[in-house]
Design a binder for this molecule. Sequence first.
Ligand code: UD1
Length: 385
Amino acid sequence: MASWIETPPSTSGRRTPEELEIEWNSNPVSGLEYVLVTGGLGFIGSHTCLELAKSHYNVLIVDNLSNSSVDVLRRIKALYQSETGKEVEIPFFQADYRNTFVMNTLLSQYNITSVIHFAAYKAVAESISLPLSYYSNNVSGFVDFLTLLDQKGCKQMIYSSSATVYGCKGSGDRIEESAIRSGVECVGLTNPYGRSKWMCEAILSDVCTASTEWNVTALRYFNPVGAHPSGLLGEDPLGIPNNLMPVVCRVLKGESPTLSVFGRDYATIDGTGVRDFIHVVDLARGHVAALKASMSIASPGKSASYRVLNLGSGKGYSVLEIVAEMERISGRTIPLRYVARRSGDVGSVIANPALANLRLGWKTEYGLKEICEDTWRYLKNTMED
Ligand code: UD1
């Protein structure tokens, strides 16, 4: 494993320790094309790296481990081996994707032909108290990264966006991509995290308008949940979580006495919020499908472009439905406390995934049962650790 502190390269002609570290640790195989995955050891990133490797992509991971651990890399490799019977080489560099020295060096040493960009802050409440930190990491760091990729001629990207960009348009019918066109309008975004995702979509759309050499797919995730069926990879947020499933898990672990249900007067099946919960393995496979489709679009004779796709199941479940299924599978009770609506929430957010189904030949395979079973398996493993 390589690691750096953020130090610029030496101008004296002598190698800095950071430069030497890269030389010692990087071992690109000549002739191979790599997919660079930033934030590749996080919840969605780790599942995506495993699926990419299983689909024969050469993966290179950059992650600063701010919300993950290097043990995840070991688990990805172990799962690859148990599922394929073979070993896999996944170069990993512990670095912040904003470290242009490191990224520049990697882009020079490895033949990186595409990037899947996950590295970002993602906690809604935190973004309200630390807006500059969110805009700095998610937006200005991203602009610098795109500038570097542009200079290096690496212009194919899958961008990790979110259904949060639909803001208050999310409520009601199954939502189509055209409801919010990147950079055109911004309706009812209630927090800096959501705005940072919206801004990055707008930037990517502008970059693709300026140059058809760029080829970008922005994937708008709905509510990623679940875990790898092995129970070895899953969501392990640092600090106190805000999203439903991690909070449910805290209650099941006994770390929190009750689940606060935010609102029971929405126009939904039981009055509680309804979301399109997508199994993380389905989501990971959506990335592989998007990369595959993107590469075929980029082939000679076809014009490259910018596109946006929903990754969701098209089916919604309420908070109470999630609670009931988690109780059934775990055999434990989840005590509830009904409280007021959470500010900024909408009643129902469900994807219309037809475009992704059509363009990527992809659709979700797992439902609520698998989501809850796999979450519980992972949770039990973390409780035993
Ligand atoms: C949230 C974020 C969104 C982000 C998404 C990622 C907000 C306002 N939005 O969306 O920007 O992209 O997560 O998955 O935070 N709930 C409870 N009790 C809880 C937690 C949640 O009742 O302790 C309810 C919520 O009111 C909502 C549903 O569960 O109805 C889902 O909430 P959550 O998991 O936070 O996701 P989103 O609100 O959809």
